[in-house]
Ligand binder design. Structure first.
Ligand code: CP3
Length: 351
């Protein structure tokens, strides 16, 4: 089983090896667009769902089966790590996540406690074990965490944000306090990801979902060293997919920060994104999630376009450029997976 998993199209693409087809999975593949998920959520509040390993496994295994994807991802949330670090977390219907006591002032940075011991997140590791055990096929399981910048942004803003003014103010006013905060997050995230690997995931993805609000110079100075520290700590244990969105000008620096696979959103065509990260790394992406709202013919055209830009080069993992939208028809997501399988392989670098 573990050998079969190692040789799956997904793991082969991570290592940039030839494979029988281009592997595909979707960020947020288990979510509100799926009736089975909505049925579970009707009975269970979101945080309770995340803390019930049997339900996490069920929700993800259902999605994997319904879609026929090449990888599963742990069902959890980016923000749960902030609870044992001292922030109150709530998901309010419609408004998304809220952190109740955000860190706004340099003097408050010490309120964020380093996660020396990941045992408060035991339910996440149990969800990994139960999901892994439920995957009958040799399908790899992806673990994940927020990248230090994105987690710091949530901790400082206290929720979603348009301009990230609190984050940027702290960063620019007191770089020492900023670095202390983000370094503490980086060490905590590295321990958490290694815990997920020990529990049974094959790969981990670092989500830097909000990093696109930064310019290149600020990324280099305030973010890159911290993200690099996480990836350097984790990569001896398992490959890392380094995902960011919103600003393709950051791609060369994200490559510098590390990751065997770099995630790209749709703002650059795939060939340009791959050239920007370098062909010595694998690439994941990059269909605009809104394309799944279009008729099947248009989806097909866009799939062919992305595959053509990948050029048959080993090391492409097909995905959306960001998560599946709640308005997505589930048949369109399933059809996308089938199209990628039918129209891609074999991937041997000879096209
Ligand atoms: O990909 C998967 O299917 C695995 C599960 C997963 C969730 N969140 C479940 C979820 C993953 C990998 C995440 C990561 C996550 N969480 C990110 C990074 C990915 C990204 O989208 O950039 C972020 C920024 C979060 C924080 C978060 N969680 C937000 C902003 C929201 C609210 C927005 C929304 O879509 O409702 C959530 C809630 C959330 N996380 C849901 C799911 C299925 C929806 C909860 C619900 O109402 O049922």
């Amino acid at each position: 089983m573990i050998d079969a998993c190692r040789n799956s199209p997904f793991m082969r693409a991570v290592r940039r090896e030839p494979a029988e087809h281009t592997p595909i999975w979707l960020m947020r593949q288990a979510g509100r667009y799926m009736a089975e998920y909505r049925a579970v959520r009707q009975r269970t509040p979101f945080i309770e769902l995340c803390k019930t390993p049997g339900l996490c496994a069920e929700v993800m295994l259902t999605a994997v089966e319904r879609l026929g994807v090449d990888a599963a991802i742990l069902f959890s949330d980016l923000l749960l790590i902030l609870e044992p670090m001292g922030l109150g977390l709530e998901f309010t219907p419609g408004d998304g996540p809220v952190l109740h006591n955000p860190i706004r002032q340099p003097a408050e940075v010490d309120r964020l406690r380093e996660l020396d011991d990941c045992s408060p997140l035991h339910y996440v590791f149990e969800a990994v074990r139960q999901t892994r055990a439920g995957l009958s096929e040799p399908i790899p399981l992806i673990g994940f965490a927020g990248a230090p910048f994105t987690l710091a942004a949530y901790a400082i803003e206290g929720g979603g944000s348009r301009n990230y003014l609190h984050v940027k103010r702290l960063m620019l006013t007191d770089p020492g306090a900023w670095n202390a905060l983000v370094a503490r997050l980086a060490r905590s995230v590295a321990r958490y990801l290694i815990g997920q690997i020990e529990a049974g995931v094959q790969v981990v993805q670092l989500f830097d979902s909000w990093v696109g609000c930064l310019g290149v110079d600020d990324y280099r100075r305030f973010v890159l060293p911290h993200t690099r520290a996480v990836i350097e700590a984790v990569e001896p244990h398992a490959p890392v997919i380094h995902f960011g969105t919103g600003n393709p000008a950051l791609l060369p620096l994200q490559r510098e920060a590390g990751g065997q696979v770099l995630g790209a959103d749709w703002r650059l065509p795939l060939d340009e994104a791959w050239a920007a990260v370098g062909h010595d790394r694998a690439i994941q992406g990059n269909l605009d999630p809104a394309v799944l709202l279009a008729p099947l013919g248009e989806i097909e055209r866009r799939v062919e376009q992305v595959l053509a830009l990948a050029g048959g080069r080993p090391g492409h993992i097909f995905n959306l450029g960001h998560g599946v939208l709640p308005q997505t028809p589930v048949e369109h997501a399933a059809a996308l997976v089938q199209m990628v399988h039918e129209r891609s392989g074999p991937i041997n670098g000879k096209r």
